[in-house]
Design a protein. Structure first.
Length: 203
């Protein structure tokens, strides 16, 4: 039986999706079936609370939800902050500039190896360009995003979803958990999802 007023906003990825009773990885519940229509009703950082047609709700990794197709935004309509590629492009350019500056100082003998490692520790930059298609690593949210020139959509996410911490809202991002694990020679597996996913949360 469908709940009155139920309007799906997303579907579950084709491999299904783990679910939790609350935004807490220690409280798992029944996983959601592949391609199940759901309505995203709440967000908490990476977490998303979804409502199913029968009225049952659960928390999932909101980064991995596949949005129901919608008409593209009108030219005069601003993109949601999370879908606008320009802020992430600027952060990637800044990170690359910092790395290049450190590399140039190292090559010129102005930095020793230990200082170079210290200056570049925690940086994680990823860019793949193929014609109009662009893939960027978003270290702040531990995900790869796909860009078609106009908007970003989640391509792959790593790690458990995390709740946003208000006290860190205006701080520079610290090295991600994935970066810290990489430093210990252990990468967490990356979960791939379809490139047309779109995280529309306003982060």
């Amino acid at each position: 039986m469908t709940t009155p007023g139920f309007r799906p906003t997303h579907v579950i990825p084709q491999d299904g999706l783990p679910a939790w009773e609350s935004p807490d990885p220690s409280r798992p519940t029944v996983p959601l079936d592949a391609l199940l229509p759901v309505q995203l009703v709440d967000r908490l950082g990476d977490w998303g609370r979804v409502l199913c047609a029968n009225g049952w709700s659960a928390w999932v990794d909101g980064r991995l939800l596949v949005p129901v197709p919608q008409a593209p935004p009108a030219a005069t309509s601003p993109l949601a902050r999370s879908a606008d590629p320009r802020p992430l492009l600027a952060r990637v350019e800044e990170a690359l500039a910092r790395y290049r500056s450190a590399a140039e100082e190292l090559a010129a003998g102005q930095l020793d190896g230990e200082s170079f490692r210290s200056r570049t520790q925690g940086q994680r930059i990823g860019v793949v360009v193929d014609g109009e298609s662009l893939w960027l690593y978003d270290g702040e949210h531990e995900r790869w995003v796909y860009c078609d020139g106009t908007r970003l959509s989640t391509f792959a996410a790593e790690g458990d979803p995390a709740a946003a911490k208000p006290e860190q809202a205006h701080k520079a991002p610290e090295p991600t958990r994935a970066v810290r694990e990489a430093a210990a020679d252990g990468h967490e597996p990356t979960r791939l999802v379809t490139f047309d996913e779109d995280d529309r949360s306003d982060v």
